[in-house]
Design a protein around this ligand. Structure first.
Ligand SMILES: NC(=O)c1ccc[n+]([C@@H]2O[C@H](COP(=O)([O-])OP(=O)(O)OC[C@H]3O[C@@H](n4cnc5c(N)ncnc54)[C@H](OP(=O)(O)O)[C@@H]3O)[C@@H](O)[C@H]2O)c1
Length: 265
């Protein structure tokens, strides 16, 4: 995939799971990787591994829910690189609590990270991308960007919101060269359930059994990079769980029967 060679690629959520796997897979193509997340030491470890594979890495620690940190991060990047070719807007947190129990602050926190943090990043790179008439924004949504699911009310809402925002962004810029790709992973083997928020905002702290049986993150990363290279508008990537999207669309009564029986939290 020479497509990625020497491209300047900013990945958020690069300390864990999907973001880390994407960074390590991309490193094989010797791009410039800008790695962001909150945990600096882990970012540096990921950068070290990517550098060994031939990538040129810049670590830019960042909390995406803090708008001032986003502006600062973009300034740091633009001081060293005149442009960003691809933004992989991946950082996110999930949820493990029913809507009726979840504190409103927890709903807001999930929206702040998954939606507002995400679009704030896009807004700092967009002007230059439009000025250059080139750029690609990759958004990590989820299968629950297509449907609701037990214990994921705010999480599903944040991913649905991303679909509305990015579909509009694409439509508004069809005459420009802006590429917008929404990737919807099914269950991928990462620590997402461990880092998920419960009703009181505390971390769930457990690996869910279904999560552990998901698609391995490195397999997912390879497929996601193919979708990015092919400029897929929406790419649904995962195991059997992807079929829930089509089940909801074409056989909704079956979708609601299945979701009624699911006990998963
Ligand atoms: N795994 C799945 O089954 C699955 C399915 C559908 C969609 N997704 C999506 O894929 C993306 C990555 O998730 P994952 O599975 O890789 O989960 P993960 O292993 O928990 O990784 C989440 C990443 O997001 C970063 N992050 C969280 N809050 C942040 C914040 N406020 N500011 C900056 N970075 C933050 C974390 O880094 P720090 O803690 O160091 O900040 C970490 O690198 C998410 O958007 C998620 O919704 C995952």
């Amino acid at each position: 995939m020479s497509y990625f060679k020497q491209k300047v690629i900013w990945i958020t959520g690069a300390t864990s799971g999907i973001g880390e796997a994407l960074a390590k897979e991309l490193a094989n193509y010797k791009p410039v990787l800008i790695l962001s997340a909150r945990r600096t030491i882990i970012l540096q470890e990921v950068a070290e591994e990517c550098t060994k594979k031939g990538a040129d890495c810049l670590v830019v620690p960042l909390d995406v829910s803090d708008a001032s940190q986003i502006t600062e991060a973009a300034n740091t990047i633009y001081e060293q690189h005149p442009h960003i070719d691809i933004l992989i807007n991946n950082a996110g947190i999930s949820q493990r609590s029913y809507a009726k129990d979840t504190a409103l602050e927890v709903d807001r926190k999930i929206m702040e990270v998954n939606f507002f943090g995400n679009i704030a990043l896009t807004k700092v790179v967009l002007p230059k991308m439009l000025q250059q008439n080139a750029g690609q924004i990759v958004v990590m949504s989820s299968v629950v960007g297509h449907f609701g699911f037990k214990s994921r009310s705010a999480y599903a809402a944040s991913k649905h919101a991303l679909h509305g925002f990015y579909e509009t962004l694409y439509i508004e810029n069809q005459h420009n060269n802006l590429k917008v790709n929404i990737i919807c992973p099914g269950r991928i083997q990462t620590n997402i359930s461990v880092h998920s928020l419960q009703q009181d905002g505390k971390e769930h702290g457990k690996m869910d059994p279904y999560q552990a049986k998901g698609m391995p993150a490195d397999v997912f990363a390879k497929r996601a990079l193919k979708a990015i290279e092919r400029n897929k508008r929406v790419a649904n990537i995962g195991n059997w769980d992807i079929w829930m999207i089509y089940c909801k669309r074409y056989v909704p009564w079956l979708f609601y029967l299945i979701t009624k029986r699911i006990k998963d939290k």
